[in-house]
Design a protein around this ligand. Sequence first.
Ligand code: GBH
Length: 482
Amino acid sequence: MLFAFLGLVIWVCRLILAVPFPEDFIFGVSTAAYQNEGAWNTSGKGPSIWDTLTHERPELILDRSNGDVADNSYNKWEEDIELLNDLGVQFYRFSIAWTRIFPDGEPINPNQEGINFYNNFLDQLTSNGILPMVTIFHWDIPESLQKMGGFMNPRIIDYYTAYAKVLFDHFGDRVKYWITINEPKQYCQEGHGEASYAPAINISGVADYLCGHNIIRAHAAVYHMYDDYYRSLYDGEVGISLSGHWFEAYTRDDEDAAERMRQFYVGWWANPIFSSEGDYPKVMKEFISKRSSQQGYPWSRLPEFTEDEINYIRGTADFFGFNHYTTFMAQNAESDDLTVSYANDHQVIFASDPTWARGASAWLSVVPWGFRKYLKWIKDTYSSPIIYVTENGFSDHGGLHDPERVQYYKQYMEALLEAIYIDEVEVKGYAPWTLMDNFEWFDGYVNRFGLYGVDFSDPNLPRKPKDSAKYYKEVIKSRRLV
Ligand code: GBH
């Protein structure tokens, strides 16, 4: 009886894999300005925190490289669009460099050359029938704004809104999807709490929450601005891209810890925006305020939203952009250690299972079922939002023959189909990370995520399709897993 039932389940699953992606489902691919554009100081562009960090502290980057040239997409953008055509994608997710628009961040006299560049790019993209999905901020804040505290200074909300306004004014007619912020968890917690990304502040349990508080309010301000003034003109959609590892409980006793970790990782951003009650997750507020008072703080290190802010922020997304790569096993680690840190606030430890296949990035293992579970969790936790998977990918050390990446995409897209057809999750689009090998932050050019390989030793930076590009192209064309 049990076997018959299991057999049926497997049969149903297989059947589902023969089913095409839903008709309204769109395929795309993702990149980001600092990782691809190069041309770091030309055409009026000012320095961002990534220019400064890579120039002043090259030892932080695995191969001491930087994004000065990267893929030179600033000059080779027409060739990039040919790659997109070759793949056959329906949308392209890329980010705009804030410092091309406002070179030193001050919201006066936008740089016309920067505006022209993106105008040309968007014209060409849309005339090829490719929908632009534009990330407004993918971590490259102007250096001079950082000197004034960057996202730790609440005034940033006005700066960021003024910048976004220029983008809506100039590009809103062609942009269907806007993403306010890419991965606030990485930017705030790993870039402010730790020193794993610029601006490498490294004040855990304090700077991360300050950054987070302002970034959420900045997101909401830009959403409302679009809603109030631009939606009626352009009818676009505005969302945010949140990254999440799936945290699976190590044992039954670790269920609470795994859920707490999901809340500290993705709930931090998703609860204020996507939940019906709004505000930070309860468990975060409780754990951080308790810890703060034990440590002798006169306040909770997690700032508080006012009632008005909670209402203002709640519901400020037309879709949930989801960046997902991997899964970790999570274990409860409650302790009496009073060190001030994010890790000590959540009190969970996590690790990959040694049996899982691994990518080149230290944190990346291949666990497709975690992707499916995560999508279902988002559906159940936030009343079934529309989801676009805005990143998903696998790293190796390069080369055009990439069977592991092909396997990764095949398995993760299988999990995606199961989420759509069996769990009825509202996933409407999918964009692998990334179009071509690029500057992989602290991993420099050592770890490669591209569908197209780039020869960085050749000054022309030629792009060539990997096996995975050919595979993805087939999937897009047939709209099913081949
Ligand atoms: C994305 O970040 C970025 O948006 C993109 O720019 C980048 O190139 C791409 O992914 C690949 O890295 O949870 O303590 O183990 C996702 C980055 C990096 C998030 C590593 C989690 C692991 C820290 N991920 N990080 S931990």
